[in-house]
Design a protein around this ligand. Structure first.
Ligand code: HEC
Length: 209
């Protein structure tokens, strides 16, 4: 960022830094009075702060992609474990292991224990003196729809936001099938995915705060 030189009194000039794409920096000088900055109660809130611009509908749409537990927000498209497998091998296996067993990033497959979540007193009893069982989306995520939401917005972590809806449905189907939670040939789409009941669904209790 360049040097900022203020000319005139502080009241006469206002300097606003605008960062474009987080790379280049521009300095805009606006004459005093152009904005209602720092106004008292009698002046009311300023309509704008003198920098930035309204987000475009396209920009908002790019961020407005959340999918809720009941599947609201799921886009059109579909996929199966078979369509997801090659995408997984190409874009996910390097970090999550060839079979989802985990590597430098989390394990994605591993539904065991089937009768309890992988934590808590029931689990301790189930495990006894046996080895600890790792968490996976299969044994502790309460909603299958979260897989779609999370993978679409955050994965692959080196290129988030690059997957098409069909690819995400395929990846979700692959992960669910590998966890034994859907049949290998089941199609995942906006109707079938919310209907998948995750084993951990009832171990989370909503808390009013
Ligand atoms: C460059 C490494 C990398 C790649 C490639 C990658 N991931 Fe991940 N993934 C991560 C990391 C790191 C986390 C943990 C992120 C965190 O906890 O904030 C993660 C977390 C996840 C989780 C959540 C796991 C949990 O139990 O919370 C899922 C699901 C997931 N990734 C799916 C995928 C899928 C599907 C792909 C392929 C499209 C993929 N990832 C590609 C690194 C990667």
């Amino acid at each position: 960022m360049g040097r900022v030189t203020l000319t005139g009194t502080f009241a006469a000039r206002m300097v606003v830094a605008v960062f474009a794409s987080g790379v280049a920096g521009f300095l805009l000088a606006a004459p005093a009075g152009a904005q209602n900055v720092g106004g008292g109660a009698e002046q009311g809130a300023p309509p704008q702060f003198g920098f930035g611009r309204a987000a475009t509908a396209e920009e908002i749409a790019a961020w407005d992609i959340d999918v809720t537990p009941d599947g609201t927000g799921l886009p059109e498209g579909e996929g199966t474990a078979a369509s997801g497998a090659p995408v997984y091998a190409r874009q996910c296996a390097v970090c999550h292991g060839a079979s989802g067993e985990g590597s430098i990033a989390d394990r994605l497959v591993g539904y065991t224990p089937e009768t309890t979540p992988p934590f808590g007193p029931r689990y301790e009893e189930w495990r006894g003196d046996g080895p600890d069982v790792p968490y996976s989306v299969g044994n502790y995520w309460p909603y299958a729809t979260t897989l779609f939401d999370y993978i679409r917005r955050a994965m692959p972590s080196n290129a988030p936001g690059t997957l098409e809806a069909d690819q995400v449905y395929g990846l979700v189907a692959w992960i669910l099938a590998e966890n034994g939670l859907i049949a290998a040939d089941e199609t995942m789409n906006a109707t079938t995915l919310p209907a998948v009941e995750m084993p951990a669904r009832d171990i989370f209790v909503p808390q009013e705060r």
